[in-house]
Ligand binder design. Structure first.
Ligand code: MTE
Ligand code: MO
Length: 533
């Protein structure tokens, strides 16, 4: 068997290709094993998650918002896949370097491994379990990469004792790897498989498995001292296709900068109330449950909601008025802001007034009679009527810091968004849907309108360039919730457009001017085009 034959057999599978495959397999195994181990050990943040979170932090906020707009709830999957693809490319490059620039490849891999462990360590929500998983993943990845390190031909020490190895036929040919190429390929394949399976398991448990974790944590909400009245039937206008007045927690939009909802343990959770106050204090979850809790119906809204979008929802929230806690802490007279902090590093700046006046700002533990789910802030979040979520609705809240707007800045404010962002009067057409085909004649148009804290005075609809006509309103539940509306509109066959605008109880007419969400929400009238035949 000559060198000749072997060469022919390995066409396309030279040491470099093997290195590339091993490098990619090493990265897959690193991320996959660490991800699965993180779940098995009960941690929250795997190296993959930590890199994703770092990217969210580093990427321009416009791009992050764009991704949220483009991919909606799938934005996290897209991010994870991109991180994975980037890792594979990097692993391939390092593996390819193994046989000529071994030291560089090994050093860079070691640095990346150390960097990943450091990233996990730096996450506020991660603990020893996350670290152990990350370190093990890095070691496994390193072991696979090491398989590609070429073995130097034996020399000096045993030179005199054993017959020298035959010199390679071609002196420019690099030394062969320490293991036979078949073995190497099998090991690479197996590592890649294990890594992929690990990722699949890890990521699935991290997202889908949440439901089970939530269920395990379920506790019965204490009976509130103030209960919200039932939603009167007249609040719903009875048109199919209109978003239900009450949004199920599972259907509520989710917007946050956490890839995996942090797993916060209610046993160890604490809320610190401090800053510019006379009497800083800390409250445990058990203590919070003992407080006189109240129920309030409130429509939560995201500043990123596009005109006509569905980044809002309504529920009955159970919690303790924030003003009760602030009264206990006694803010200094110069304080004008509450900076609420979360385990995930998110912060929101809320005017102090919005948490001390008589509106229903809550330290909330439940929605629609159930504990919060992990996605929506378990165990405790804030809900403030009249303000967009990014300046008020901190999930997984752990600290209420009383401060001043000229001293502190919140997460999104540092990224170009407003420091204070009251919700603007707005409305949406739910029926007909865009591009629907309807029967000519009287058609029913219906949707929702909101102006939290102020209330909706009227909703007006216009067909094509016609006059604004007042719609019929569903019963008002309170000024902090949205209001349904409907109107019968006579239409002739052909293409048409419907436009809606809302008017607040303070006389503010929803502006027609189109504007991007940044810095304090999109504006413009929702317009739906359809055809009647
Ligand atoms: N900890 C934390 N809280 C957060 C956010 C976040 O990224 N992290 N996002 C805020 C934003 S922008 C909105 S609109 C609401 C959304 O709450 P939901 O996901 O429960 O609907 O949560 C707010 N609270
Ligand atoms: Mo938001």
């Amino acid at each position: 068997m000559g060198q000749h034959q072997q060469r022919r057999f390995t066409v396309g599978f030279g040491p470099r290709t093997r290195g590339v495959l091993l490098g990619m397999a090493a990265v897959l195994l690193l991320f996959g094993a660490a991800d699965a181990l993180t779940r098995v050990l009960g941690g929250t943040t795997s190296p993959l998650t930590a890199v994703g979170l770092l990217l969210i932090r580093l990427l321009p906020s416009d791009l992050v918002k764009l991704a949220i707009d483009l991919f909606g709830e799938a934005d996290k999957i897209v991010l994870i896949l991109s991180v994975g693809a980037g890792g594979l490319v990097l692993g391939g490059v390092l593996g390819g370097l193994l046989h000529r620039r071994r030291r560089t490849a090994v050093t860079v891999f070691a640095l990346i491994g150390a960097g990943l462990v450091a990233l996990v360590a730096l996450r506020p929500e991660s603990g020893p379990r996350d670290l152990i998983a990350a370190v093990l993943g890095v070691f496994l990845g390193a072991a696979v990469l090491a398989l590609g390190i070429p073995r130097k031909p034996r020399k000096s020490r045993d030179a005199g004792l054993e017959p020298a190895e035959p010199a390679p036929a071609d002196p420019t040919e690099p030394p062969e790897p320490g293991l036979r190429r078949r073995t190497v390929l099998i090991l690479a394949g197996a590592s890649a498989l294990i890594g992929t399976a690990g990722l699949a398991v890890g990521q699935t448990v991290a997202t889908v498995g949440r439901g089970a974790v939530d269920a395990a944590r379920r506790f019965v909400l204490p009976t509130p001292v103030v209960t919200a009245a039932a939603v009167p039937a007249a609040a719903e206008v009875g048109v199919d296709g209109v978003a239900p007045f009450t949004t199920a927690q599972a259907d509520l939009y989710r917007i946050d900068t956490a890839l995996v909802p942090p797993a916060v343990d209610s046993e160890t959770w604490e809320l610190r109330v401090d800053g510019l106050v006379e009497e800083p204090f800390t409250l445990s979850f058990a203590e919070l449950l003992e407080e006189p809790l109240e129920e309030h119906r409130i429509t939560l809204t995201c500043v990123s909601n596009p005109v006509g979008g569905d980044l809002l929802g309504t529920g009955v929230w159970t919690g303790l008025p924030v003003r009760t806690l602030l009264a206990r802490a006694r803010p200094h007279p110069e304080a004008d802001m509450v900076l609420s902090h979360s385990v995930d590093g998110f912060t929101a700046s809320t005017p102090l007034e919005a948490m001390t006046d008589d509106r229903a700002s809550l330290v909330a533990i439940g929605m629609n009679g159930e504990p919060l789910t992990a996605e929506h802030g378990y165990p405790v979040r804030l809900i403030v009527p009249g303000l967009y979520g990014f300046v008020s609705a901190t999930k997984w809240v752990t600290r209420i810091e009383v401060t001043r707007f000229d001293r502190a800045e919140a997460y999104w404010t540092r990224r170009g968004w407003d420091a204070r962002a009251p919700i603007l009067v707005s409305s949406r057409i739910d029926v007909p849907g865009g591009l629907d085909v309807v029967d000519a004649g009287d058609i029913i148009v219906a949707g929702s309108a909101w102006s939290q804290g102020v209330g909706i005075a009227s909703v007006q609809v216009r067909l094509d360039d016609g006059d604004w006509t007042d719609a019929e309103l569903g019963a008002e539940v309170n000024v902090d919730t949205w209001r349904q509306w409907r109107l019968a509109v006579p239409v002739e066959a052909g293409r048409h457009a419907l436009t809606v605008r809302a008017i607040g109880r303070d006389g503010t007419v929803q502006t027609a001017e189109r504007r991007d969400p940044i810095p304090n929400s999109a504006t413009g009238h929702h317009r739906v085009e359809f055809r009647a035949e």
